[in-house]
Design a binder for this molecule. Structure first.
Ligand SMILES: NC(=O)c1ccc[n+]([C@@H]2O[C@H](COP(=O)([O-])OP(=O)(O)OC[C@H]3O[C@@H](n4cnc5c(N)ncnc54)[C@H](O)[C@@H]3O)[C@@H](O)[C@H]2O)c1
Length: 263
């Protein structure tokens, strides 16, 4: 799909992940200037290696757990001549991330406050801090868009049995934060409407990332399309939301889940 993103400067948090990388790729292909950010580490390094030579790509280390870093990020970009008009709150503590880091997935009864609070901090408080900083530095100065990222597990519960015997699970704090972030979208959409800033939520479905045949079979049965998504299929909708074509949308939750939520 080709959607013109010329003239859009898009800032993405957590851009080194499975979907973030697909978004950056699609946005650059569609003519945007893209500002990636992530925790320092191998994902950030891979991102710089893949896109660093593209003159329309810039990258900043940004730990979403660091309030001071978030407070300074838009000024830092502006000092480098980058003024994003689209902001994508994409970074999150995800099952993918925890599995990749070899973290255990405790039962609900053994979920610690520290794991719960860390997930709330990165998946909900940090997007609030990004939005608060947009309010201070961007909103009202020029037309802008904020896109928050929820999940198929925001407004629909997981079928817990599909995780039996798998190296990962869905976890309660994740669903809680993904439901919560749409509340932030709804609150801000009206608050910023007169300052020409739209706010929407995208809720991706189950994205294929090397999952076993058995997991694909189990989750596929729950999805109208019968299969997991290719990251590009989520990116196609994301670039529409980032484009001027989406200018009359605000306060919406867009499910891109192959029909998981549509039964
Ligand atoms: N992949 C899916 O199936 C799926 C489904 C629904 C929603 N989502 C959502 O889409 C978004 C991207 O998911 P993904 O699949 O690419 O996951 P991912 O785990 O591959 O990527 C998440 C990224 O966030 C970054 N991150 C984590 N903590 C951070 C911090 N403190 N500071 C900065 N960056 C941090 C990670 O380094 C990683 O690059 C997430 O919000 C996720 O909840 C994904």
């Amino acid at each position: 799909m080709t959607v013109a993103l010329n003239g859009q400067t898009i800032f993405i948090t957590g851009s080194g992940g499975v979907l973030g990388t697909a978004y950056v790729n699609a946005m650059l292909e569609n003519g945007a200037t893209v500002i990636g950010s992530d925790l320092p580490g191998h994902r950030a390094d891979a991102m710089k290696e893949r896109f660093g030579a593209n003159p329309n790509f810039a990258y900043y280390d940004l730990d979403m757990g660091d309030e001071d870093a978030i407070v300074g990020i838009f000024q830092k970009m502006a000092a480098d001549g980058l003024n994003p008009n689209v902001v994508l709150n994409n970074a999150a503590i995800t099952g993918e991330l925890l599995m990749g880091a070899g973290k255990p997935f405790p039962d609900f009864a053994n979920t610690s406050i520290s794991d719960w609070e860390k997930t709330l901090r990165i998946n909900l408080t940090a997007p609030f801090l990004i939005a608060r900083q947009m309010d201070r530095d961007i909103v009202g100065k020029y037309p802008a868009k904020l896109i928050n990222v929820a999940s198929m597990y925001a407004l629909n519960g997981p079928h817990h049995q599909i995780y039996e015997g798998m190296p990962f699970k869905s976890f309660s704090a994740y669903s809680t934060t993904k439901a919560g972030i749409h509340g932030l979208t709804l609150w801000l959409a009206g608050y910023w409407a007169k300052r020409d800033c739209t706010v929407n939520t995208i809720a991706p479905g189950a994205v294929f990332n090397g999952h076993s045949d058995e997991f694909q079979r189990r989750v596929g049965e729950l999805i109208m399309a019968g299969r997991m998504a290719d990251p590009k299929e989520i990116a196609d909708v994301m670039i529409f939301l980032c484009s001027e074509n989406a200018r009359y949308m605000t306060g919406q939750l867009v499910n891109v889940d192959g029909g998981f939520s549509g039964w």
